[in-house]
Design a protein around this ligand. Structure first.
Ligand code: GAR
Length: 207
């Protein structure tokens, strides 16, 4: 299965996918394209070090956002990707991409949806909000992306305890390592095996 991975930052989730391809767990998966929302993303270095084609398509560089949406779609289609994986992608996708790849876009979110998600809840912010609210568990969620952000069917979640003395950065690192980098490759495995279907807006996983 060919996938396109969308990134904006460090690319630790991209690296987790690359490592799982190399280890054999995702041996039948190929990253056909990395799409970055900005040219400073370290994820781009990870892509080039692994000979993965990449393109930078920043929405702000286009006067007409439709043109940006069309170009993103063109590049992804040309790459042959069957699935789009948002791995720390901090832009909103355009409607054409969302429509063409309906039920074929997944996102990793660094909290337990439906808590600590939606507008402004990206990167370090959900972890700050988690600590401020004093919740005792947090984690990550992989979900399908539809036109309502963070509202698509939930595929997989994993939790960690929030520990005394946690800072947002410490909690973020624990969730990235113990949750995100585990459930994102697992979800890709399930989708590649055809084991995820959507029924009444609920993702059902076959055993
Ligand atoms: C990850 O924690 C990811 O869950 C989060 O950005 C970080 C990117 O890390 N994504 C969001 O906040 C999306 N709403 P990475 O670039 O090292 O994979």
């Amino acid at each position: 299965m060919k996938i396109a991975v969308f990134v904006s930052g460090g690319g630790t989730n991209l690296q987790a996918i690359i490592d799982n391809i190399k280890s054999g767990y995702l041996s039948d998966v190929t990253i056909s394209l990395v799409v970055a929302s900005n040219d400073r993303a370290y994820a781009l270095t990870r892509a080039s070090e692994n000979n993965i084609p990449s393109v930078v398509l920043a929405k702000k560089d286009f006067t007409d956002s439709n043109e940006w949406d069309e170009l993103v779609l063109k590049k992804v289609l040309e790459s042959g990707a069957e699935l789009i994986v948002l791995a720390g992608y901090l832009s909103l996708l355009g409607p054409k991409v969302i429509h063409e790849y309906s039920n074929r876009i997944i996102n990793i979110h660094p909290a337990l949806i439906p808590s600590f998600c939606g507008a402004g809840m990206y990167g370090i912010h959900p972890h700050e909000a988690v600590l401020k609210r004093g919740v005792k568990v947090s984690g990550a969620t992989v979900h399908y992306v539809n036109e309502n952000y963070d509202e698509g069917p939930i595929i997989m979640q994993k939790t960690v305890d929030v520990l005394p003395g946690d800072t947002p950065e410490v909690l973020q690192k624990r969730i990235m390592k113990e949750c995100e980098q585990v459930i994102l490759p697992k979800t890709i495995r399930l989708i590649a095996d055809g084991k995820v279907r959507i029924e009444n807006n609920i993702a059902v996983i076959e055993k």
